[in-house]
Design a protein. Sequence first.
Lengths: 405, 254
Amino acid sequence: MDTHVTLGGLPLANLARKPLRTMALLAVVTVLSIALFGGTMLGMNLGNGMRSMERRLGADLMVVPQNSANQAEALLTGSNSSTFYFTRDIARKVERADGIAQATEQTYISSLAAACCEEKLQIIGYDPDTDFVIAPWVASQFQGELEDGQMVAGANVNVSVDGTIELYGRSWPVVAQLANTGTGLDNSVFINQRTVPDMVEASAAVSKRVMPEEYADKAVSTVMIKVKDGYDPQTVAANIKRLDTRFADLGYVYPGGVTAATKTALDALTGYMAAFVAALWAMGVIVLLAVFAASANERKREFASLRIMGATRGMVDGVIAKEAAVIGAAGGVVGVALGALGILPFSALIGSRLQLPYLQAGPWTVIGLALLAIACSTVVGVVSSFAVMGRISRGDADIILKEGR
Amino acid sequence: MTVETEKRDPGTTPLLRIDDLTRSFTRRGKPFDAVSHVNLDLDAGGFVAVVGRSGNGKSTLINMVAGLVRPTGGSVEVDGARVADLDDRGLSLLRNRTIGFVTQEQTLLGNLPVLDNVILPATFFPDTADGTGPSVGEREDGEEDGDPLVDRAMRLLERLGVDDLAGCYPRELSGGEMRRVSIARALINDPKLIIADEPTGDLDADSTTTVMRLLRERADAGAGVLMVTHDADAIGYADTVYRMDAGTLSRAWV
């Protein structure tokens, strides 16, 4: 069996015998790989969250109680749960305004910290008969009718193995769990409006009552409105205000505007991130070029020796390129691994800290992104080494040898 | 065995033919010929030594023979191939398979142990080698590795008295030991033409004898040997001695 050295094994021997240089180059490539993989994945996840939020905010206008507009926006974009409401008679009157194509009522109750959840749970009561925002989404996971007392759980809600959630001292059956949206809705449970009084009573039995008993069956947090063609949400809001002088004090939230504001914040963040990653890569490539150039100068004798022994220019270039490719690929793999370890397990935390919709990309996308980052790291390593190849493999070997003394 | 141009027999092709070879350099703006219109033939089995003071063009001459330096004028033919006409692969193949070059400089690869340094040139063009080479005797330890290249490299190292250093890295060797390893490396492909630049430069008397006997043996077996040396003990092994003086080559009578 042949056990001797080969030219193909020389690059690995060179890397192994120069651990300090190898580790320094690996560190540079690893940082580049982390920046590319991590930065791109964060940007992608934020974009996913944004698109998901846009899909979930199917209403053109939300009418909420006085001084509750900010809470409603926070509920849509972030993870801040809230309880606010007016009475159903107001809601019904609002729904009569001119320019409304569809209207549905929702009731929001913020739970205390529950055993099922890392954060406070947002309970959302909706009317399956009139709803056009949540129902289509719920229908993707649950085809039946949501009975009284039943729940549909958001993606981040921990459902017991017996299919229930422990809330206010009662077990609530969960009939379906929704896919991740990257928005505050992932920390929500959905019940039909008829279950809201039960929930209020349950809260009163074990802790502070979430709303007075007399409001339990007539509390409405928001009227979600889809406007008719030819109307814009602002015009419909003005029509609502004309119905009753008191309605001028109600809160009017335009989800399209919320989306636009969030998008602006998101674009700014991803722009800064892209600029940071680009600057890091530019610096990294310069560092790699400098390190490769310095090491090539000190290795002139070594490469001249190969030429004297009869290695072709291609063989010498191959040795240099293979060393660079091994460093690039290894650094890429380490960078991707570290980036994945730093991002994948902490999706919920990242989303909550950024206060932006954040939806983790699927496994195939992550794998594709990882392969791309590894490929880019390998290519940048090899391309950096190209800069020194010409200087080494061209010219008279004897002169290169003299330069290397 | 060795003839000057004016005595050349047009009917024979020597292993090495140097014809009107010139290499000019410029030093501080003034051009000068490091090698000036040199002619030399070396047949297979011949052993030529070139002597002369440092800086008189000896190394430049043999570097041009090996294609390591491009001549300004004239030509070099090795084994029927005109060196200047060869492309990179052809020239590399010539250096690897036809020529065994012992450089004046230490050119062992620092990241490979001695045995791998010796074997490496034999792996460059695997399709053109049978991997065994001519016999250089049995290994003294009687062991065979099973890998013909390893066995051949070990036999060469044994002949040169450095087989016990096979696993060492070059930085662990003395100058003389590195020189002998370099010679083993130059011989691994059983070259037709051995070019040795000061092959005994770092060696004691015993090692010089060992090395020169091996080179003489190779010449007797049919290889041509072109050696540059300052070593009076080494000169005695050559068939013909030339003197290089200010870039010109002339027969020396020693």
